[in-house]
Design a protein around this ligand. Structure first.
Ligand SMILES: CC(C)(COP(=O)(O)OP(=O)(O)OC[C@H]1O[C@@H](n2cnc3c(N)ncnc32)[C@H](O)[C@@H]1OP(=O)(O)O)[C@@H](O)C(=O)NCCC(=O)NCCS
Length: 374
């Protein structure tokens, strides 16, 4: 019998990240995500996922400078953004932009076996994603895209690209922590999609295009937008219990709950809950946090399900002033660190990923010519 949804199937060896689903622990290269969220920034995390060691102070300066230097978009991508802003959804835009980025990448024609070129391409892909998201959003608002600000951290520049204002230190730090938390997560659907594409020895931009496509769906990265839509539909704290119970009675899935691997609370949700509370208090708008807590209690008590990374991320992003339609692209802006690291790992020890299927159609039969078919 096939395993539906490949549950429990080990599809690859990796040195990048690991999960203990029973105890709710996530490690990047052996480091507990809670320690990384508290002590590391996104640039450090990029280095860790790609080099499999934490950087020294000098190495961190170097990767930070490389990421800042590579932010500028190429002309082709810049020219396409207005059209994408007019006709596509944010995640369709990002999927297209990943593919477009290969055209003018200086290493575009290097074969996937060239690991140094893959690393350079990875840094460019990670560095440019905030420019793509920000440019797209600003054009939609009738504004001009902004030049990257090389003095800002990756997270601060991402917020700056959206709002046009340099964020305060606390907001930038909170987004930075979100980026650390979302950067990798073993063999999730989008990472698997990236590795399947990389395993055919297609280039890394193709692998990233596959990854963004897989992240788009509401059962994966798209859940964070749906969480906030749900909170808005519910509207107020007093309506939470009845609304969530009615959804569950209708057999609807509550977005931001449940997980294939975690049988307890997702450790990223624990960190994000605290950030959502802090930001709600800071903005004087604790409503979304309070509603989220009530949703959590009702879903836990009724279904025994726990929140995943997308649940509290929704109110954190909202409190940071990020529009709901962009939530999944923010997830992508972080996960691209993990996707690119996994693609490089796949190229380094590659074997085509090609599972079997169990045929359930009719048995072999005689071909009937078109003129004899009724
Ligand atoms: C993440 C997810 C896709 C994992 O799915 P999975 O391992 O394939 O588990 P299933 O979808 O088969 O669910 C198993 C059971 O739990 C229930 N369940 C799982 N998640 C649920 C949710 N969020 N709300 C209500 N019920 C849920 C299913 O209905 C199913 O019940 P049944 O056995 O009575 O039919 C699933 O929990 C989900 O759809 N969550 C909501 C979307 C989400 O938040 N995605 C982001 C993941 S990080």
């Amino acid at each position: 019998m096939p395993t539906r949804g490949l549950e429990d199937v080990i599809a690859a060896e990796t040195a990048i990240s690991d999960i203990d689903g029973n105890d709710g622990i996530l490690w990047y290269v052996g480091y507990d995500i809670k320690d990384l969220a508290e002590n590391c920034n996104f640039e450090e995390t990029v280095y860790l996922l790609h080099r499999l060691e934490l950087p020294s102070a000098q190495e961190l300066d170097q990767v930070t400078a490389e990421l800042a230097k590579e932010r500028e978009l190429d002309d082709f991508s810049t020219r396409l953004l207005p059209e994408l802003a007019e006709f596509t959804s944010p995640m369709s835009m990002l999927r297209t932009a990943m593919s477009v980025g290969s055209a003018h990448d200086p290493d575009g024609w290097e074969p996937p076996e060239n690991d140094e070129a893959n690393l350079r391409k990875s840094i460019r892909l990670i560095a440019r994603t905030p420019q793509i998201i920000g440019g797209f959003y600003r054009i939609r608002q009738g504004k001009d895209p902004l030049a990257p600000n090389p003095d800002l951290s990756h997270a601060a520049n991402l917020l700056y690209q959206l709002s046009g204002e340099v964020p305060d230190e606390e907001d930038a730090k909170i987004l930075d922590t979100c980026l650390v938390l979302h950067a990798d997560h073993t063999m999730n659907a989008s990472t698997f999609a990236a590795r399947v594409t990389a395993a055919t020895l297609a280039d890394i931009h193709s692998a990233m295009t596959s990854a963004v496509a897989a992240l788009k769906g509401p059962l994966h990265g798209g859940a964070n937008e749906k969480v906030f839509n749900m909170l808005e539909q519910i509207g107020s704290l007093d309506k939470v219990e009845a609304d969530i119970k009615a959804r569950l009675d209708r057999k609807e899935k509550i977005m931001g709950f449940g997980h294939r691997v975690y049988k307890t609370e997702d450790p990223r949700a624990t960190v994000l809950r605290d950030l959502a509370r802090r930001l709600g208090e800071k903005r004087g708008e604790s409503k979304w946090f309070e509603m989220s807590e009530r949703v959590y209690e009702v879903v836990r008590d009724t279904k025994g399900l726990y929140p995943n990374v997308d649940f509290y991320a929704a109110s954190v992003y909202h409190s940071l002033g990020i529009p709901t339609v962009l939530f999944t692209t923010i997830f992508a802006a972080s996960r691209i660190a993990g996707w690119t690291a996994h693609a490089r790992e796949q190229y380094q020890n590659n074997r085509l990923i090609r599972p079997e299927s169990e045929y359930i159609g009719p048995p072999a039969r005689e071909f009937v010519p078109l003129t004899e078919r009724s």
